[in-house]
Ligand binder design. Structure first.
Ligand SMILES: Nc1ncnc2c1ncn2[C@@H]1O[C@H](COP(=O)(O)OP(=O)(O)O)[C@@H](O)[C@H]1O
Ligand SMILES: [Mg+2]
Length: 264
């Protein structure tokens, strides 16, 4: 069973079961994966659970508007609008560039941290959680700053009783510059994956890291269900390799790489 008190449930029961009940309080957890694999949906679950558990909740959205996040939440039966009206949730919109108090006009790291602290003061004393969707948006034009920025964020927010979920986008072509950053300083890494198999889109999750936790080391298949949201379907019995590219494709890639290497 989950140790009570010091772990924050993620809002997805099946994921909590992979990490001994939840994310340890005060952790910064990186959520990574390709587009459409469930990072935003997972972040919404995390914040909804915070609302249910009485935490002070902040959602930073850089890729979608505040309205889009509220609508997505409502599709899963989560009432973000009411939580906002009751002063239990602040959604900071960093996309629309509006003038209101809870918008960010530019993707500036210092402005982000200041805004989070301002929001925490507004929400009041107590345990807090923030989902930053995505954090990598703040260094899109400066990938070399990723590590310093995420370290700065973690250092400042740790003084404010925050548990942080930070979405780190990951595109295969840019993995080397974008994949790093949060992952290096994160206390936990939850990686989502999506794969086309037999003409069908399938999604998976694996806990790559969770400090202080005897976490699952197995790939699990997930689904995003209408009216429900993210659910863990079960452990993938096949090897991870089976979900990679077909062997002859891999062989051809390796071969062409070898040839390129020879030419160079
Ligand atoms: N109401 C819904 N019913 C079923 N699936 C949904 C619903 N809303 C979103 N999804 C699924 O979630 C996906 C988007 O996941 P999202 O978390 O936004 O991805 P990302 O990792 O890019 O943030 C959609 O492509 C769709 O498959
Ligand atoms: Mg997203």
């Amino acid at each position: 069973m989950a140790p009570e008190g010091d772990r924050l449930r993620t809002g997805v029961k099946g994921i909590d079961e992979l990490i001994e009940g939840g994310v340890p309080e005060g952790f910064l957890v990186a959520v990574t994966g390709e587009p459409g694999c469930g990072k935003t949906v997972f972040s919404i679950h995390f914040i909804n659970q915070g609302i249910l558990d009485g935490d002070k909740c902040i959602y930073i959205t850089t890729e979608e508007s505040r309205e889009s996040i509220m609508k997505q939440a409502s599709q899963f039966g989560m009432n973000f609008e009411r939580a906002v009206n009751e002063g239990r949730l602040i959604i900071v919109d960093a996309l629309m560039g509006r003038e209101d108090q809870w918008s960010l006009k530019s993707l500036d790291m210092e402005a982000l941290v200041e805004k989070i602290i301002e929001a925490k003061k507004e929400l009041g004393y107590g345990r807090a959680r923030v989902a930053i969707d995505s954090l990598s948006a703040f260094w899109l034009d400066r990938p070399a700053m990723a590590r310093r920025y995420s370290y700065y964020l973690k250092k400042v927010l740790s003084k404010w009783n925050f548990t942080i979920l930070a979405v780190s986008q990951y595109a295969i072509t840019t993995a080397e510059s974008f994949g790093w950053g949060i992952e290096h300083i994160a206390d936990g890494i939850i990686r989502f994956r999506r794969i086309l198999r037999g003409g069908e889109l399938r999604r998976f999750v694996i806990i790559e890291k969770m400090r202080q936790t005897n976490h699952s080391r197995y790939l699990h298949e997930i689904d995003i269900k209408p009216g429900v949201g993210l659910v863990v379907l079960g452990r993938v019995e096949r090897r991870v390799e089976d979900y990679k590219l077909p062997p002859d494709v891999t062989r051809r890639i390796l071969e062409s790489r070898r040839k390129t290497g020879e030419i160079l």
